[in-house]
Design a protein around this ligand. Structure first.
Ligand SMILES: Nc1ncnc2c1ncn2[C@@H]1O[C@H](COP(=O)(O)OP(=O)(O)O)[C@@H](O)[C@H]1O
Ligand SMILES: [Mg+2]
Length: 299
């Protein structure tokens, strides 16, 4: 049973929870779970033993989830090792974390249900001719660009959306800007995905990106577990998704706790947008921390 939560601390005060996780901290305690803090500044510095200084050493090991910010799989593995030395066992090992955190790790298993995708494996290296050759199968379809983990979706026109896979100028402009904005945060390589037409919901009030009917599904022990509308804006008309949506696909992913973001195409078909490790995934506004931690605590 999962009885314990490891939260990231306030970046400037290792004795306080990160302000973004305050509501979750209270909800976890109210649900009867125990919780401890990892020193965020030490985590960022890669000092994993120092980061666990305030984690009490336990005689009997406990199974735990981490709640904090995304990190690279190697960092996650080092953090997990430091916690394990104190008897705190995180639900996913490093390979399981990578499995959902990096798109190329899950793509083959889900390709029938997710937009067609190609990627480079050489980080921020960008050779226009090579990329155009790689994009040939997409014809003149529009694309979206991201790295193995994240996009610049809030810079939609500038650094995410490419109007045609054949438009060399657009490919160069958007990719160059994307690389510039990702900077040292760019993970893995350049990922190009066929843009599919999704059911519209609204236009984001700040970034103007088109919002579509998307849901975040938390998947636990291979089964869809909790789900909620993804965006804070837009009228979902109290719609919910079928609890068995992509259940058999979820069971093929080797991770004990992950998220699956799903969207509906304009032709009515549901697709999988992306996966992520649930420990570093934000709770959608519509998923109250109380509900999340009560469900987590009850097994
Ligand atoms: N292939 C696609 N077709 C249509 N819309 C897409 C596609 N890929 C992403 N989007 C839109 O862009 C958003 C961000 O893409 P996503 O892959 O989730 O990036 P991030 O990891 O930055 O959240 C999605 O939530 C969706 O609204
Ligand atoms: Mg996303």
């Amino acid at each position: 049973m999962l009885g314990h939560v490891v939260f990231a601390s306030h970046p400037l005060d290792p004795k306080q929870v990160d302000p973004s996780f305050e509501a979750e901290w209270s909800a976890a305690r109210e649900a009867g779970m125990t919780a401890c803090l990892l020193d965020s500044a030490a985590l960022d510095a890669g000092a994993f033993d120092r980061a666990t200084r305030r984690v009490p050493s336990l005689d009997a090991p406990v199974d735990a989830v981490f709640r904090g910010w995304m990190m690279r799989p190697e960092e996650y593995g080092a953090m997990r090792g430091a916690l394990a030395a104190r008897g705190v066992r995180l639900v996913n090992d490093e390979a399981q974390y990578r499995r959902t955190h990096h798109l190329p790790e899950w793509y083959a298993k889900l390709r029938a249900h997710t937009p067609a995708t190609v990627w480079t494996t050489t980080g921020a290296r960008f050779e226009l001719d090579e990329v155009l050759a790689m994009l040939e199968p997409f014809g003149d379809s529009p694309l979206i660009l991201k790295d193995y983990v994240k996009s610049q979706k809030h810079r939609w026109d500038e650094a995410c959306f490419i109007r045609s896979a054949r438009d060399a100028d657009a490919v160069r402009r958007v990719t160059t800007r994307f690389i510039e904005l990702q900077g040292a945060q760019l993970v893995g390589g350049l990922v190009f995905r066929e843009f599919v037409s999704l059911e519209p919901l609204a236009v984001h009030s700040k970034s103007k990106m088109p919002l579509t009917r998307e849901f975040r599904v938390f998947v636990r022990d291979g089964r869809p577990w909790l789900s909620a509308p993804y965006w804070e804006e837009g009228d979902y008309r109290d719609e919910a998704i079928a609890s068995e949506l992509f259940a058999s696909e979820c069971a093929t992913i080797d991770s004990n706790f992950f998220t699956m973001d799903v969207a509906r195409r304009t032709d009515g078909r549901w697709i999988i947008m992306e996966l992520g490790d649930a420990q570093v995934a934000g709770l959608p506004e519509a998923l109250a921390p109380e509900r999340f931690y009560r469900a987590l605590a009850s097994g």
